[in-house]
Design a protein around this ligand. Structure first.
Ligand code: KIV
Length: 273
């Protein structure tokens, strides 16, 4: 059987992720936003569970991640934590709670850690928020960085197209990645950038680089769980591999339930008291 049930049941720590990079073992990471999904994802052996602010799109139906509040992320973080035994749980800091000033960022980071019990936080950005990241880490909170396509900045980009294709943006990204490592981040997510650039960053940094749409030359991969399970329809970026078609499976099952209720087939004699 695949997954940790057959092998290593030790809790994943930030330190163990760095060891995995050192011995060339790829890191698996998936999102979860609720208890039931987190139990399945953890039980299947995923190393890192991200309580992503993509909950805004996936759970709440928003067009962007920007509307997420601190309270909402804390709610999702608590739900996931109740379902996880082994994976390292990282919670996204939502838009507007760390960009303005380091003091606010530290206060909000501490509140998130206290109330969720999560292992770490993820913040989007490089040089612009480096002082905030330093202080959050200084307060004892492990931080995962996030560069490349940063969905919280979608209104600045105006498009979800591949980032860092030109030299200037690529050099800034490399510099930002170095700054994140120097500041003490334990890992960095690179989203939707050329594979060659992502591989260069992964080779240069000693901390793990986790890619989404960043090719295979990095230290691990992350996907949004609803996308890789095929629950979402109409979102088919090139980097997405669908491992199931849950949309069809769930629609068929629910359709059968409707038919059974309408026909009186459900419940039968064994399904009542
Ligand atoms: O919020 C999220 O799901 C993310 C991943 C896409 C990395 O940040």
């Amino acid at each position: 059987m695949a997954g940790y049930l057959s092998s290593d049941t030790r809790k994943v720590t930030t330190h163990r992720l760095i060891e995995m990079k050192q011995r060339g073992e790829k890191i698996s990471m998936l999102t979860s936003y609720d208890y039931t999904t987190a139990q399945i994802v953890d039980g299947a052996g995923v190393d890192v569970i991200l309580v992503g602010d993509s909950a805004s799109n996936v759970m709440a139906g928003n067009v962007t991640t920007l509307p997420m509040t601190l309270d909402q992320m804390i709610y999702h973080g608590c739900s996931v934590m109740r379902g996880v035994k082994r994976a390292l749980v990282v919670v996204d800091m939502p838009f507007g709670y760390y960009q303005a000033a380091p003091y606010d960022g530290v206060q909000n980071a501490i509140r998130m850690m206290k109330e969720t019990g999560a292992d770490a936080l993820k913040l989007e950005g490089g040089e612009e928020i480096i002082e905030t990241i330093r202080r959050i880490i200084g307060a004892g909170v492990p931080v995962m960085g996030h560069l490349g396509l940063m969905p919280q900045s979608i209104n600045k980009y105006g498009t979800y197209a591949v980032r860092a294709k030109d030299d200037a943006e690529a050099e800034k990204l490399v510099n930002d990645a170095r700054l994140l490592e120097e500041a003490g981040c334990f890992a960095v997510v690179l989203e939707k950038i050329p594979a060659v650039l992502a591989e260069r960053v992964a080779k240069e940094l000693t901390i793990p680089v986790i890619g989404i749409g960043a090719g295979g030359g990095v230290d691990g991969q992350v996907l949004v769980v609803a996308d890789m399970l095929g629950m979402s329809k109409g979102f088919s970026p090139r980097f997405l591999r669908r491992y199931a078609d849950l949309h069809t499976i769930m629609t068929d099952a629910i359709g059968q339930y409707v038919t059974d209720v309408k026909s009186g087939d459900f419940p039968n004699e064994q399904e009542q008291y």
